[in-house]
Write a protein that binds this ligand. Structure first.
Ligand SMILES: NC(=O)c1ccc[n+]([C@@H]2O[C@H](COP(=O)([O-])OP(=O)(O)OC[C@H]3O[C@@H](n4cnc5c(N)ncnc54)[C@H](O)[C@@H]3O)[C@@H](O)[C@H]2O)c1
Ligand SMILES: N[C@@H](CCO)C(=O)O
Ligand code: NA
Length: 429
C-alpha cells in the first residue's frame, strides 16, 4: 500500500467533529478504496473543550493558521467558517505551504474561490469544496465529472435546509413565518442570526458556485439577484396549494441569450415536479443538460454526518491523486459571461393584494395591468368582510419582469391596498 495521506483538520465543530469521526470509523474502507491509509495528523480549534472525540494521537494547535503552515500534513481541511478572516488565512497558508485544501465553507468559496483556486492550481494543488454546496449531495462531482459531456441549460435547486424546513412547517401547520422561525431556532435548526439563511444569502453563495461549475463562467456572487422568504405569508402558501403549486426558495442559474441569469427567490413550482416533493431540511439540485436531459439529486444538505461525507469525498480524490480543475476548467479559462439582468427576466407571476372590497377597485387594478401589457391568467378572491381588506390573488401569463414590477408599484400607489402587493414568480419546470 502507498504512503499514508496526512490530513490536518481546522475547526472541530459540527462538520469538523463529523469529519474526524468518519475518518476514524471508516478508515479501513477508505484505505481499501483509495489504495492508501488516510490518517489525521493534526487538529486545530481555538476552543479545547471536550467534544467526545478521540484526538490523543493528533498534534493539537490552538492557532489554525499555524497548523496550516507547520503541521505534518498533505491536506488541510478548513471547517471554521466565515467569508474571510481566519478561514481565508488558513487556506492561503496551506496553499503557500504546498498543501491541498478541502473546505465546507460556501461563503469563503463564493467570495474568494477564484483567487484560492488560482493559487492552488498554480501549484498543482486541489481546492475541494464538495461539502460547501448542498452538503452531502455530491453535486460538484456530478457536474464536473458525471455530466462533463453536457452543456448545462439550467441548474436549480433547494439549497438551504433551514428555509425549506420553515416553508414546509408553514404549509403543514398553517402558521406564519415568524412563529416557525422562532421554533426552528429553538430546535437548533436555524442560526441565532438566521439572516444568511432566510434572506437567501446562503442559497446565493451556493448558487454562485454552482453556476460557475455548470457554465464555466467566472464566479460572481454580486451577479446573483437575491430575495429571501420573510415576505412569504401563510395565506400565500394556502393559495399556492389551491392553485396546484408549492412555494420553495430556489437558486436558479440559466444560460440565456442575454448571458447567465443567477437568481434566488421564493418560487411557485407545480405540485407534480420532483422539486415540489422535497420537504423539511432536505436539499435538491436539478441539472438540465443538453444530452442527459433532467437529472435530479436529493439528500441532506447539512448536518454532521452528511457534510462529513462530502468533505471525505474530496479527501479521497486527493488520496487517489485525482485532480479535476476546481470549477471544471482551469480557473484562468473561466469565461466572464455577462450577467443577464433581472429586469430582462420573463415569466409567470402570482400576485397577492390585500384590498378593501369596494366598487371600482378591481377596474383600477385591471387598467394598470392592461397598460403594462400584463396578461392575467386567473383571479381568485376569498372571503368578504365589509371594511376589512381581503386577499385577491392573480396569476399572469408570460410577462416581462420589469412590467410586472412597475405595475405593482402603480397598484400600491392606488391607495386601495392595505399592504404592499406581494409577488411570487411561477417557474415552468
Ligand atoms: N453545519 C452544517 O451542517 C454545515 C453544512 C455545510 C457546510 N457547513 C460549513 O462548514 C463550516 C463549519 O460549520 P460548522 O457548522 O461545523 O460550524 P461550528 O460553529 O459548529 O464549528 C466551527 C468550529 O471552528 C472553531 N473556530 C472558530 N474560530 C476559530 C479560530 N479562529 N481558530 C480555530 N478554530 C476556530 C470553533 O471553536 C468551532 O469548534 C462553515 O463554513 C459552514 O458554513 C456547515
Ligand atoms: N444553514 C445551511 C447549512 C448548510 O449549508 C442550511 O440551512 O442549509
Ligand atoms: Na455537496
Amino acid at each position: 500500500m502507498s504512503r499514508p495521506l496526512k490530513v490536518a483538520v481546522a475547526g472541530l465543530g459540527t462538520v469538523g467533529g463529523g469529519t474526524v469521526k468518519l475518518l476514524q470509523a471508516n478508515a479501513a474502507l477508505l484505505a481499501e478504496r483509495t489504495g492508501r491509509p488516510v490518517v489525521i495528523t493534526a487538529v486545530a480549534d481555538r476552543d479545547r473543550r471536550d467534544r467526545g472525540l478521540s484526538l490523543d494521537t493528533y498534534r493539537w494547535f490552538d492557532d489554525a493558521v499555524a497548523m496550516a503552515s507547520d503541521a505534518d500534513a498533505d491536506v488541510v481541511v478548513e471547517l471554521i467558517g466565515g467569508a474571510g478572516g481566519v478561514a481565508l488565512k488558513v487556506c492561503e497558508a496551506a496553499i503557500a505551504a504546498g498543501r491541498h485544501v478541502v473546505t465546507a465553507n460556501k461563503a469563503l468559496i463564493a467570495h474568494h474561490g477564484m483567487a484560492l483556486a488560482a493559487a492552488a492550481e498554480a501549484k498543482g494543488l486541489t481546492l475541494g469544496y464538495e461539502a460547501a454546496v448542498a452538503g452531502g449531495i455530491p453535486i460538484i462531482k456530478s457536474l464536473r465529472e458525471g455530466l462533463v459531456g453536457n452543456h448545462a441549460r439550467r441548474v436549480y435547486g433547494i439549497l438551504n435546509g433551514t428555509c425549506n424546513y420553515i416553508l414546509t412547517q408553514m404549509r403543514e401547520t398553517g402558521r406564519e413565518f415568524a412563529t416557525v422561525l422562532a421554533e426552528a431556532q429553538a430546535l437548533g435548526y436555524a442560526e441565532a442570526d438566521p439572516s444568511f439563511d432566510v434572506d437567501g444569502i446562503d442559497t446565493a453563495h451556493k448558487l454562485a458556485i454552482l453556476a460557475s461549475v455548470a457554465f464555466g463562467c467566472t464566479l460572481d456572487f454580486d451577479a446573483v439577484h437575491i430575495e429571501g422568504i420573510r415576505h412569504v405569508a401563510a395565506v400565500d402558501i394556502a393559495f399556492a396549494q389551491e392553485l396546484g403549486y408549492r412555494i420553495k426558495l430556489l437558486g436558479i442559474a440559466t444560460q440565456t441569450e442575454a448571458g447567465i441569469e443567477r437568481r434566488v427567490h421564493p418560487c411557485m413550482v407545480r405540485l407534480d415536479t420532483p422539486i415540489a416533493q422535497v420537504d423539511g431540511v432536505f436539499n435538491a439540485v436539478v441539472i438540465d443538460g443538453d444530452f442527459v436531459d433532467r437529472v435530479v439529486h436529493e439528500g441532506r444538505g447539512a448536518g454532521e454526518r452528511p457534510t462529513a461525507s462530502a468533505v471525505v469525498a474530496d479527501i479521497a480524490d486527493i488520496a487517489r491523486g485525482r485532480n479535476v480543475p476546481t470549477f471544471g476548467v482551469p480557473v484562468a479559462t473561466l469565461h466572464a459571461a455577462p450577467a443577464a439582468p433581472m429586469s430582462e427576466h420573463r415569466g409567470a407571476f402570482y400576485v397577492r393584494l390585500m384590498v378593501l372590497d369596494r366598487p371600482g377597485v378591481f377596474a383600477d387594478i385591471a387598467a394598470i395591468l392592461r397598460d403594462h401589457d400584463v396578461s392575467m391568467e386567473a383571479v381568485l378572491q376569498r372571503g368578504r368582510a365589509p371594511g376589512e381588506p381581503v386577499p385577491v390573488v392573480m396569476t399572469t401569463h408570460d410577462t416581462a419582469e420589469a412590467a410586472m414590477v412597475h405595475s405593482l408599484v402603480k397598484i400600491g400607489e392606488l391607495g386601495s391596498s392595505a399592504e404592499p402587493p406581494r409577488m411570487i414568480r411561477i417557474e415552468p419546470f
